[in-house]
Design a protein around this ligand. Structure first.
Ligand code: HAM
Length: 420
């Protein structure tokens, strides 16, 4: 062990498990790519003000969990705690919304940082794959995104997840509800911190996990009963489109989410095998965010799925992904000359598109074959001085154990055909 360890709340992704993470990212990205979403990548840090205004000053994410710092040049930056504000900032900055083709559909994959209390499924560095559809108000778009996330999880073999769905209303009906809720909450017996929250962000109080608080919340006014006609109709259409697509969901009037930008549709994917950190993904509509960060009105919707928690969910369900071996061929040479000749062959095989590795470090035949075995490659290519004098190498099928000599000049075509 070295003097150093990964910082608290972080962990390293190492082979072979890291292959599962790549496969998860790929499985989430695949349905997005084939539904018109283009790849976007933004910096790992942004102006701190972007998150303060976008995600919300009163949220835990901004007020307690942000890695904010001042650069030597005096800029106030923050490691990104989430992706939506950055992606919208990037789209606005490049005027993608003016290209005349709305919605602008983007997907991303990357690292995010929150200074949270670490526990299983909750880390200070974690990774998300996300999607944002910017500049269109259309219930079919909300439904599309939920269906694509469902499809991604199912393609991975996950079954024990549920979709929680809610509407948070819009700028018409939410303020009315907010006031009604504040009136109710002010009458409760709550601590100082929570009382302050009533004034800043009363909806967040509904999300309080403490039992004594939850007990008092029975009977709180529900947003459902305050939605305006337009929001009701919009939400009903999203629900009907999901049902028609065969995607099951549960209405959850208490679902508020931890970010302030949401309007109308909000949803969370929860997995029942994960304990306290059960949300594997979440998202919703954010019709006002663009204006909040200085842009034009651009109603939008999106989600982000947590890669770390998705991997935990796979483990909880006992699903192992069929991750193919990294290489198809593993070469083992006995003797210096053979090593040089095989190294040349390995280079040729790689150029021909055959995934190949070889034994390094002057290994014995026995150690070399062990390495070949461990690599998971289907074929071993073995050569000593005598084989080379005969103009052949030995090709061993690691599955059947069969071994046969192959002429040196036929190795590349033979292996290319067999591994195609
Ligand atoms: P979020 O719900 O904050 O939403 O995060 C989405 C997912 O990221 C969570 O469901 C969880 O799986 C994962 N996640 C969040 N924090 C952690 C953590 N500390 N450790 C491990 N995993 C974590 C957003 O970030 C929004 N930007 C989603 C969105 C996109 N809404 C609209 N567009």
């Amino acid at each position: 062990m070295s003097t150093f360890q990964a910082p608290k709340g972080t962990y390293d992704l190492l082979p072979p498990v890291s292959a599962t993470y790549l496969a998860v990212r790929e499985a989430i990205a695949a349905p997005l790519r084939s539904s018109g979403y283009g790849y976007v990548e933004t910096p790992g840090f942004e102006n701190v003000e972007l998150f303060a205004r976008g995600v919300g000053e009163s949220t835990d994410i901004v007020s307690k969990e942000m890695y904010a710092f001042e650069t030597k040049g005096g800029d106030r930056l923050a490691l990104r705690p989430e992706g939506t504000a950055s992606v919208l900032r990037a789209a606005l900055e490049a005027s993608l919304h003016k290209a005349g083709n709305l919605p602008v559909k983007l997907w991303y994959s990357g690292s995010y940082y929150r200074y949270e209390r670490p526990q299983k499924g909750r880390y200070r560095h974690f990774s998300q794959v996300g999607a944002e559809a910017i500049g269109a108000e259309d219930p079919a778009l909300d439904a599309e995104l939920i269906i694509l996330a469902d499809q991604a999880y199912r393609s991975l073999g996950l079954r024990n997840f549920r979709i929680l769905l809610n509407s948070l209303g819009d700028r018409e009906c939410r303020p009315v509800y907010r006031e009604a809720l504040q009136g109710f909450l002010r009458g409760l017996d709550l601590d100082e911190d929570t009382r302050r929250r009533i004034e800043i962000n009363p909806l967040r109080v509904l999300d309080d996990k403490r039992k004594d608080v939850q007990a008092q919340l029975v009977g709180a006014p529900l947003l459902r009963d305050h939605l305006c006609e337009a929001c009701k109709a919009y939400h009903q259409e999203v629900r009907e489109l999901l049902t028609a697509a065969g995607v099951a969901f549960e209405d959850d009037e208490r679902l508020v989410r931890g970010l302030d930008y949401y309007t109308r549709t909000t949803f969370e994917f929860v997995h029942d095998g994960l304990g306290a950190q059960s949300a594997v993904g979440g998202g919703g509509r954010y019709d006002g965010l663009s204006e909040m960060i200085g842009g034009p009105a651009l109603p939008s919707v999106g989600w982000a799925l947590g890669v770390d928690r998705t991997v935990l969910a796979l483990e909880a369900e006992g699903v192992t992904l069929d991750v193919p071996a990294a290489t198809d061929v593993f070469a083992v040479a006995v003797g210096e000359d053979a090593k040089r000749r095989l190294f040349g062959l390995v280079t040729q095989l790689r150029k021909a598109g055959v995934a190949t590795d070889m034994a390094y470090g002057g290994k014995s035949m026995k150690a070399g074959m062990k390495a070949a075995n461990r690599s998971g490659a289907r074929y071993a290519l073995v050569a000593g001085e005598r084989d080379l004098a005969d103009g052949v190498v030995q090709l061993k099928d690691m599955e059947t154990g069969e071994q046969e000599p192959v002429a040196l000049d036929a190795v590349v075509t033979t292996l290319r055909d067999r591994t195609a």
